[in-house]
Ligand binder design. Structure first.
Ligand code: NAI
Ligand code: MG
Length: 356
């Protein structure tokens, strides 16, 4: 029997609403598969916690999370708490302390009605973006000199260590080899004459160990265009933190928007827990109404199962999402339906049970 300890951080706004449905799915799997079980421990951290306690998480938060196999997160963000606080003091802290240096963002069109792109099919839009998740442009390095003076200067430094660059690129090559897919590196060596020239060199260098992997290199501006005009060019993509952040939102846009975008923050060595989360935020505009779409959050559960080595369940969840997308009457309003968050979740569990 495999038991997995999962830390729940539902967070703010619609975070708890969508995490509830993901937990429902995990509990259904536990019932359907006698070889699997899950234990859940919930942590009340987030912005509402901050407003009450003056901190996003407890001082010993990182220590307490260390023991878990995975962290399942809803969203953090709340009007009245600056976004840089909620991001740096919780999400980025977990990502950094737990060396979750890989961010996996599947850009997969699950239903053709969901893409705004004319004439693009499910076969055309089906790739994986591997985003560097620990350094690069989001390293937090820089300076603010002569603040408020006429000679004020602000520096935001991109940090590209050999170790950090090599390990993400190597991870991507491994994935491309394993999946027998092409690998595309997205950078900007013509303008960023240190960081991205280095990135391109490392991409080429590491590539020598993977002669079986077919590679492409694009500049980020051209790649943005291709995401929209020729998404079929991409299979596995590797890119830096900032470029990955922006490109994956384009990815979300061509595959059905924020209600369907998921991301895994992975520590491949499994030295620390990895974190699974829908990409969307706390959506204060719809929170409390019971209409948030939980499918992105459920897709995170699929990624979690893959990460646990339970790929069969990862695939069944994804197939069930595809099936659900044909049942408009059981979907939330953002997808044209009238169902509530929990009605969708209940229907999902019914279908999952049939598909298991
Ligand atoms: P958002 O993703 O929360 O909302 C953008 C729009 O998409 C809203 O109209 C919202 O109603 C809709 N939406 C998002 N998720 C949805 C879902 N599951 N079902 C149906 N509709 C959905 O982004 P926004 O408004 O920019 O940010 C709100 C707060 O969330 C901010 O405080 C921000 O910092 C935070 N945030 C947190 C993230 C995280 O925890 N990983 C990521 C992005 C934003
Ligand atoms: Mg983003």
């Amino acid at each position: 029997m495999d038991n997995y300890n999962i830390a729940l951080i539902p967070g703010d706004g619609i975070g708890p609403e969508v995490v509830d449905e993901g937990v429902k799915v995990l509990q259904a799997i536990e019932k359907l598969d006698s070889s699997l079980s899950f234990s859940f421990t919930e942590f009340p951290w987030g912005c509402e916690y901050y407003l009450e306690h003056g901190k996003m998480m407890d001082e010993d938060g990182i220590d307490r999370l260390k023991e878990f196999d995975a962290i399942y997160l809803g969203a953090v963000g709340y009007p009245g708490v600056p976004d840089h606080i909620s991001l740096w003091d919780l999400l980025l802290r977990i990502r950094k302390e737990f060396k979750q240096y890989v961010n996996l963002r599947p850009i997969t069109l699950l239903n053709e009605s969901l893409t705004p792109l004319k004439d693009k099919t499910k076969e055309d839009i089906d790739f994986l973006v591997i985003r560097e998740n620990s350094e690069g442009e989001y390293a937090g390095a820089g300076d603010w000199l002569f603040k408020g003076k006429p000679e004020e200067v602000v520096l935001q430094t991109g940090v590209f260590s050999r170790k950090g660059t090599e390990r993400i690129i190597r991870y991507a090559y491994e994935e491309a080899r394993k999946q027998k897919k092409t690998l595309t590196s997205i950078s900007k060596g013509n303008a960023l004459n240190y960081s991205m020239v280095f990135w391109d060199e490392v991409f080429e260098e590491v590539g020598k160990e993977y002669p079986d992997v077919e590679t492409y290199s694009y500049l980020v501006d051209a790649a943005s265009l291709y995401f929209v005009s020729n998404p079929e060019r991409f299979e596995i993509v590797v890119t830096s933190n900032l470029f990955g952040d922006i490109l994956t939102d384009i990815g979300a846009a061509i595959t059905g928007g924020m209600g369907l975008a998921t991301g895994a923050n992975v520590n491949p060595e499994k030295e620390f827990p990895s974190m699974f989360e829908p990409v969307h935020g706390s959506a204060p505009d719809i929170s409390g109404k019971g209409i948030a779409n939980p499918l992105a959050s459920i897709w995170s559960v699929s990624q979690m199962m893959d990460f646990f080595g339970q790929e069969k369940w990862g695939a069944v969840i994804l197939d069930t999402i595809k099936e659900m997308l044909n049942e408009t009457e059981h979907l939330t309003p953002d997808l044209g339906g009238k169902a509530s968050t929990s009605e969708l979740g209940n229907r999902f569990v019914e279908l999952l049970t049939e598909n298991a």
